[in-house]
Design a protein. Sequence first.
Lengths: 583, 222
Amino acid sequence: MDNLKPVDVAIVGGGWTGLMMAKEITTRTGLTVAVLERGIPRKTSDYALDMDELDYAVRLRMMQNIAEETITHRHSLRDPAVPVRQYGSFLPGSGVGGAGEHWNGAAWRFLPSLFRLRTYLTEKQGATRLPENLAVQDWGVTYDELEPHYWRAEQMMGVSGKAGNLNGKIIDGGNPYEGPRRNEYPLPPLKKSHLSVLFEEGARKLGYHPHPAPAANLSETYKNPDGISRPGCAYCGYCERFGCMIGAKSQPSNTLLPVLQRRKNFELRTGCWVRRIVHKDGKAAGVQYIDAQGREMFQPASIVVLATFTLNNVRLLYLSKIGTPYDAAAGKGTLGKNLTHQVEGNTRVFFDKPLNAFMGTGGLAMRVSDFDGDHGLNGSEGLLRMGMIGVLSNGSRPIATFDAVPRGSAKANWGSEWKAAALKWRDRNATIALSGEHLSYRQNFMDLDPTYTDKFGDPLLRFTLDWTDHEHRQSEFAKEIAQKIAPAMGAVRAEPLGGRARYNVINYQSTHIQGGTVMGASPESSVVNRYQQHWDMQNLWVLGASCMPQNASHNPTLTILATTTWAADALIDRYLKHPGSVA
Amino acid sequence: MKRREFLTLPRQALGGLLLYTLTGEPFRISAQQDGTVRVPLRFFTEAEARVISAACERIFPSDASGPGATEAAVVIYIDRQLAGPYGRDKYRYIKGPFVESYPEHGYQGKETPREIYRQGIRELGDGFASLPVEAQNQTLAAIEKGHFFQMLRMHTIEGMFADPMHGGNAGLIGWQLIGYPGPVMTYRAEIDKHYGVPYRPKPASLEQITGRKPVAWEDEKA
């Protein structure tokens, strides 16, 4: 193994959080930073020829190669786990920028109540009325503390949107249920698709408060505080699973990387697969990795920042034997606990007029938040929390969208009858979708699989995860609301999709996987403290959605950026001056 | 070395320009070139290609609602996919042990797409392509719940609507059929117009739009 020249900070993972932390450190200090990314380099000009649905959206060219590493899944402790052999219910990205390159661009803040959910639910419901297996926790950080960090992230990306709560004042046309914002969005909302307008008008007729989703797809040309200029969105419809060829969708490669490339104390190494965080006497000593030529390397570092996707953050801590593994049966330990995904509830709606739905952009959504958090719930639904309901106009591409036909329109899903129906309805259908909070439970967690291994022979991460009655109820409630909205928006048919099925790893849901290294107020209940510093190893920091004790209804990207600069402030302003616990 | 296999197709069967009558019936004007094209096959034998081509035509037939899998050359698309990394399962987790599991865990088998097709073609039988249409439909209906058929059906849709760089969607016939304009670079001036009325720009491929030749994943050197 080759020992490299020590650096001050080694960052594992070159996505949103790793590069954001690198930018903060290299801008505000003279420390040397090395980012180790196992995928390939990426830049905007790479994306000029990527508008190919087959290679990118079907064969998933930008994702981690699942042949090299995957996860295993079981529904409960009683079941055997099997590998996820092909993607999949979520799509982890690879390469510089990670999933932040191929995301849609939804740039939401979380609700204030989510950050103190255990306290909130206990106050509201009474401790005895909460299910015994409910594992939700307070984050240790509050919305008010994160508000300035949300604003930093929104300015860095150039989020397009409309405030609904500006310093407590409710503003028409925005989301009246959001946490108070100190500033209007950096850019006005995106243009509206036909589907957006239909949903907006329909929802308003029913007395709901439709609002555009905040989007990291620029509505206009924008120059951010770092001096990075990017053009407004072209609505080409190639966001999700693609990189943006003009740089209008905010990605690490077009916002953070151009700044970092000017820093002399920054180094990005691609093709470097970190296998272990090396530590001695309770202190991280650096990282061990296999480089692009297959050589084993040791990179000594004074500080290690773990900034990969949720899955590998958790797996690397397990493989490196850092922290106390969670024991689900005993309810003890912390590493791997509180695994969450996102709750869905879809209704397909059909129209008698075309939508021209091939036009759109990843963040172009119209939503109602009237049932977000626990707004609009009267207790009879049997729900602790719900989510947002709405429509997305992110560009319908022909392979993925050909197959939507009303039930009963053909005997088989092939042949002349089916083909005629599919042609008729192809551009006349849409989905009213729930993006629901996923509460954490004691029985949903991650650990190492005893059987299956990655390309180097290291154990895979194992999911133990299934839906509970609460998630099914969320889904059903959303479908009831959709049945009201559909006729109001002019749909001729509305068909609820899915039923009370178990968790499946086949159908794409969202790439929102949270938990495993949760943040919190005490080492008994969390892996990292409220600044995302590891409780057991003070020169090890863990970033990203793995630190979330439960999932919001909202997409996680903006929040992982906000918690990263929150952590960066603690690391730079306090830890560097007095190395030790900042909690 | 394996003998080079070709699939010989009448030129007029492929692609073409799709027009609609006043009553909305589609009709296809084929290229004004007579004769045949000999397409070199990468994976199938000619006999196998004829079986798959016939099966795809039943899944997505050329009929009153417009052209189908034969005009789009879907079989050429499938042949290239199977010959490439996808067909060899280069992007699937293929470490054992292989065990049966719940449907929620998807396909857990060891067989690659290539092996699944070879087995599926054997089951359809050499004579499948020359069976009457009704008999072909019955044969396929008997296997429609199986993994091979589900894969073939998905690949047929892909071959109809993927960019022509992948071998199918010949003459952009699939995109003409559904009114998909292709990977157009900007709709900034159009997105908030045409509400409720069809907006159908003339389709163009990625190569035509960018003026550069994209390399399909299956064509890249390993």
